[in-house]
Design a protein around this ligand. Structure first.
Ligand code: PXG
Length: 473
């Protein structure tokens, strides 16, 4: 693909990039070389508005001085402390701070280094918990179609993203799935929680009848499913799941890797929806994305069941070299302080109505078949190009990038999750740019690709002038 961009500064061959179209990328690389506040700087010197908080993680925006300083100071003081049978003060301090803002009932923190590790940890704790209480037959794990719980074997087994599973063999045995909650026929263009679909939680009763409650350890769901394209829980759905799991002695795990730390306009989704799980998985916003770190929060009931037997015995045979790494803890503490000092969770809730109106203003754009939103998150679902799924959204991603905006796409859905420091002017810019992207794609173009009737070769970068701000639809 011939593009009038500067060549990449490095040889790009060695790095096998994750979840990336490597060959496409290396023909037309997109590199960030700096970031501050709401913006990235590209290698060719452009400012790009961050519509995704990096990968849903930089909730306080970029290059926050308190976090930068905390990391530098910690590295100079205590760079690493052994994670097993030794401790350091900041790991305890951060755990206490986390519990201080955590949803009701959460009393203990187990550290990991990512969302994927948090999920594996929570699933293992669930199985071991039942065993510790004399219910060792409870080993089955229930996830949900379209769920994303990271990329390790437990996570992809309970997960329901087809491409993340089907290339990797038999996965874990003893796993089953609830149906997903995407009902576009009934819920399209809903603002906030959809009306229809609470009854989908009742499918858990079917799985209990099929397998026997005495075989089921845990149900894991994202309270708001992010990676699959931003699916809100139908009204009453999470409450039903809680009721049924409690009734059958099954643990309920909320995967809040995305929803944690203000994304929905409250500190956590469990708080937002008023539903109390037994465990919560976290990562991303815990350190503002700056240093890898994850955590599992548990209730006292989950934790205390392990605290038996002789004092000198290890209670849970699980942990990572970098669990509670001092520099990650320092970053976590500085991040939580930044959120608190600036009231960012509340801020997200306050600006959410403006965000909601802005995203729904795209409803009249061509090919937009659904829009979903809550807090500072949104999904814009596009009609796929016949025979070429994902291509329309990927083109929109490339076009937006050329116009100075970073968005995420999954399938044919554009996902937006900006830093919580976003201002109204940024929101205007973000949706103005997306409108241009959709408008550009609608115009008849010379040299059409006959397969889809509307795509065209990409143009080079920033010199593309936006010529109108309104769709003609
Ligand atoms: N659970 C949930 C709910 C997630 O969203 C993970 C676990 C795994 O976290 P790690 O830290 O292992 O990546 C995630 C991660 C996207 C996107 O754009 C989403 C994630 C990661 C990268 C991209 O959809 N979610």
């Amino acid at each position: 693909m011939a593009l009038d961009r500067k060549p990449a500064p490095n040889d790009l061959r060695a790095f096998w990039m994750p979840f990336t179209a490597n060959r496409q990328f290396k023909q037309a690389p997109r590199l960030f070389v700096a970031a501050e506040g709401m913006h990235y700087t590209t290698h060719d010197g452009r400012q790009v508005l961050d519509g995704t908080a990096g990968l849903w993680c930089c909730n306080a925006g970029h290059k926050r001085p308190r976090i930068v300083e905390a990391i530098a100071a910690q590295a100079a003081e205590l760079d690493y402390a052994p994670a097993f049978q030794m401790g350091h003060p900041k790991a305890f301090e951060l755990a206490n701070r986390l519990i201080g803002i955590a949803p009701e009932g959460m009393e203990h923190v187990f550290y990991t280094n990512s969302g994927s590790e948090s999920v594996e940890t929570a699933l293992k704790i669930a199985i071991a918990w039942h065993r510790a209480r004399g219910e060792g037959s409870r080993t089955r794990l229930i996830g949900r179609e379209r769920g994303y719980h990271g990329v390790n074997f437990g996570g992809i087994s309970v997960g329901g993203i087809v491409n993340n599973r089907r290339h990797f063999g038999a996965l874990l045995t003893g796993v089953d799935h609830l149906p997903h909650t995407h009902l576009p026929g009934k819920n399209a263009f809903t603002r906030g929680q959809p009306e229809h679909g609470a009854e989908l939680a009742d499918d858990l009763e079917r799985l209990v009848a099929l397998h026997g409650a005495e075989t089921i350890a845990a149900v894991i769901v994202e309270p708001m499913a992010g990676s699959t394209g931003v699916l809100m829980p139908p009204k009453g759905y999470l409450e039903r799941l809680r009721e049924i799991t409690t009734k059958h002695g099954i643990l309920l795990i909320f995967d809040e890797v995305i929803t944690g730390f203000g994304r929905l306009g409250s500190s956590f989704a469990a708080t937002h929806f008023g539903v109390q799980p037994d465990m919560i998985t976290l990562a991303k916003g815990l350190t503002n994305g700056v240093i890898p770190m994850g955590a599992v929060l548990t209730t006292a009931a989950v934790h205390d069941a392990f605290m038996q037997g002789p004092d000198h015995m290890i209670e849970l045979f699980h942990g990572y070299t970098y669990s509670g790494n001092p520099i990650a803890c320092a970053a976590g503490l500085a991040t939580l302080e930044t959120y608190r000092e600036e009231g960012l969770f509340e801020r997200a809730g306050e600006i959410a109505p403006y965000w909601e109106d802005a995203v729904h203003s795209l409803r009249d754009c061509p090919h937009v078949i659904d829009i979903r939103n809550m807090g500072l998150i949104a999904g814009i679902e596009l009609e796929p190009i016949a025979g070429q799924p994902t291509k329309r959204a990927f083109q929109a991603f490339l076009d937006a990038y050329d116009k100075g905006l970073l968005v995420r796409t999954t399938g044919d859905i554009i996902a937006l999750s900006p830093p919580l420091i976003i201002e109204k002017a940024h929101i205007d810019q973000l949706f103005g740019t997306l409108r241009e992207v959709h408008e550009d794609r609608r115009r008849p173009i010379v040299g059409l690709d006959p397969r889809d009737g509307e795509d065209r070769p990409r143009r080079g970068g920033r010199q593309q002038p936006p010529d109108t701000h309104r769709c003609r639809c």
